[in-house]
Design a protein around this ligand. Structure first.
Ligand SMILES: [Fe+2]
Length: 381
């Protein structure tokens, strides 16, 4: 028995102009628009505000979202929501803006501290309407039942999982991706690859998540390189937007694995980009997980365009891992944790904390703190 949850999805060029009408359909009168300075500078926030005006809605702007968003930002965002009498939240941005939008919705409707909701299914009261507009491909947060927020007192990223966090509507406009730098396109694209692979091999994978994960992996393997190469390759942007969406649907329902559990823990302590950490960790986690499901590794190699004819599952599985490494090299992602500034002294503590992350539960191979430490040591250099 399993379930599959997802929001209404509006996908396509120009769909950002529909955002105000989406909020109006959900009964909103005063929308809190959550975003960051980069998105405002790119002009996308103005388009969303204009769409709200056209739909006859009042709007208040909150643009205090950082790269690794914190509980303090969630508190401030909630105050802005309440003090301005808002009744719906629209986040425009990458995973950070969307996760803060979700956290503010939780706090506005349920009170307390966002820490109170860490883990699975701890949100009791229904949230205000949520419309999410991703500007990267991407976090997948616009369709997921996750919000990941840094607990500043514990310097740890908390994973909050609840069906309540599935937005009402996701508006995915591939045109928005054209304003992203090659660097950001690369790091967010490798997050998509990590979502697809971890959800495909997850112990909670189902036929419905496998369809999404496999197509996402196939699309991202094929189109991430050209998407990084050119801002103006519309086909690559559209395919990567779809890959991000499908990987998001897959991991929202099948959850993730050890790479994300470690990545969340490191991201709570260091100001690294989430996709960069995943890019470095993923091949090491794949090598560790391989014995759990060699047949799935063979499938992944084929989806990534590798020829596995006549190869054993072991040889084919190695090709999947090599393919991931080659992609990271080709698009200029960091290849080691040490080049990012991670220190060996942190490994013991990070390993213990990573074991408690909700994403570790669905990793296909049982893992101990000692084994996490070995993987982090391998990823160092
Ligand atoms: Fe991720």
């Amino acid at each position: 028995m399993y379930k599959f949850v997802m929001p209404e999805v509006i996908f396509g060029s120009g769909s950002i102009s529909q955002t105000g009408e989406c909020c109006a359909r959900l009964g909103a009168r005063h929308v809190l628009v959550v975003t960051d300075q980069g998105i405002m500078d790119a002009g996308w926030t103005e388009q969303v505000l204009k769409s709200c005006r056209v739909a006859g809605l009042a709007a208040t702007l909150f643009c205090g979202v950082s790269v690794n968003p914190t509980d303090d930002e969630a508190d401030i965002c909630t105050r802005v929501y309440q003090e301005n009498g808002c009744d719906a939240i629209m986040a425009v941005g990458g995973g950070s803006a969307i996760d803060i939008g979700k956290a503010a919705a939780v706090l506005a409707a349920n009170g307390g501290h966002i820490r109170d909701y860490e883990g699975v299914d701890r949100i009791l009261h229904p949230l205000p309407p949520l419309v999410m507009v991703p500007t990267t491909a991407g976090s997948g947060s616009e369709v997921s039942q996750f919000s990941v927020i840094v607990d500043s007192s514990r310097r740890k990223k908390m994973t909050i999982v609840s069906k309540s966090l599935v937005p009402d509507i996701a508006v995915i406009d591939p045109d928005v991706l054209a304003t992203k730098s090659a660097r950001l396109t690369a790091t967010t694209g490798l997050d998509v690859i990590t979502h697809a692979i971890e959800s495909f091999v997850s112990v909670a994978a189902t036929p419905m998540t496998d369809v999404q994960a496999k197509n996402a992996l196939m699309l991202a393997s094929r189109y991430l390189r050209p998407s990084v190469a050119s801002k103006y390759n519309r086909e690559a942007k559209e395919k990567m937007a779809m890959a991000s969406l499908q990987a998001g649907l897959a991991f929202s329902n099948a959850i993730l694995g050890a790479a994300h559990a470690m990545s969340h823990t490191i991201g709570g302590r260091y100001p690294f980009l989430h996709g960069d950490i995943n890019a470095v960790l993923l091949p090491h986690v794949m090598e560790f997980n391989f014995i759990a499901c060699p047949d799935k590794f063979r499938e992944m190699a084929v989806l990534m365009g590798e020829d596995v004819t006549g190869l054993s599952d072991i040889a084919a599985g190695e090709k999947a891992i090599q393919s991931v490494r080659k992609l990271a090299v080709d698009i200029g992602a960091p290849l080691t944790l040490s080049e990012m500034g991670f220190e060996a002294e942190a490994i013991a503590e990070i390993s213990e904390i990573a074991l408690t992350d909700a994403c570790m539960i669905t990793n296909p191979r049982d893992i101990s703190a000692e084994e996490v430490a070995v993987l982090l040591t391998r990823a160092l250099s």
